[in-house]
Design a protein around this ligand. Structure first.
Ligand SMILES: Cc1cc2nc3c(=O)[nH]c(=O)nc-3n(C[C@H](O)[C@H](O)[C@H](O)COP(=O)(O)O)c2cc1C
Length: 202
């Protein structure tokens, strides 16, 4: 394991369940892989832009002259995509917001899912180009979604598995921090998730 890329999203700082569990995960990773390079993005602080028209043109054009002229507009997407392609392990720690991912995480995804860089359409179908990577998802939610009546409301894990799979990342493990809005479950949700971190195959 040479490079770890970690994306954190919650703006709740010390109160964040996903960050608390991700912290335990990073501590374990650092012990296991002391020489690995860790790149962290705190999307609550970084405020990634939504794709605008110029950026879309800059990353989609096949005309070398136009690509050169629009180089600056593609820079952030290029940098984030390079980081992802160079990493061995992607860690995403995110809350569920309104049954899906926060828009800050969607902004990152929109910047790294790129034709010709992280995926490619071929005669045989879609080819993910982000090869030989693992992903760990730390997913915090107020309710419980792994089982029970709310299961079909989970648009976080199915979406992340699908979109990361689309770009070639299929080796994925998930740690759920569930029931943060249910007092009886909330008291033990973070410790239980930290225990689950200890059992991950890293
Ligand atoms: C804006 C917002 C929307 C939320 N939407 C949901 C939701 O749809 N379903 C749910 O189970 N919990 C929801 N929650 C609760 C969070 O998922 C829960 O508090 C979780 O612990 C947040 O992660 P964090 O502690 O890392 O910030 C929402 C919280 C906020 C602030």
């Amino acid at each position: 394991m040479k490079r770890i890329l970690m994306i954190e999203i919650s703006p709740r700082g010390q109160d964040s369940a996903s960050r608390a569990v991700a912290g335990a995960l990073v501590a374990r990773l650092k012990k296991l892989y002391p020489s690995a390079q860790l790149i962290r993005h705190d999307l609550a602080a970084e405020h990634l832009p939504h794709l605008d028209g110029t950026t879309l043109r800059a990353i989609a054009t096949r005309d070398p002259a136009e690509a050169d002229a629009l180089k600056a507009a593609a820079r952030l997407s290029d940098q984030l995509t390079d980081e992802l392609l160079e990493t061995d392990l992607l860690v995403i720690a995110t809350p569920m917001w309104n049954f899906g991912i926060p828009s800050a995480l969607k902004a990152w995804i929109d910047l790294i899912v790129r034709p010709g860089r992280t995926f490619q359409y071929t005669a045989g179908g879609v080819l993910g180009l982000a090869k030989d990577k693992k992903a760990l998802l730390v997913l915090a939610s107020g309710g419980v979604f792994t089982d029970g009546p709310w299961r079909s409301w989970d648009f976080v894990e199915p979406y992340l598995r699908q979109i990361l799979g689309f770009i070639g990342i299929t080796d994925m493990q998930t740690v759920r921090v569930e029931g943060m809005n249910i007092p009886d479950l909330a008291v033990s949700a973070v410790p239980r998730a930290i225990e689950a971190v200890g059992e991950l195959v890293l």
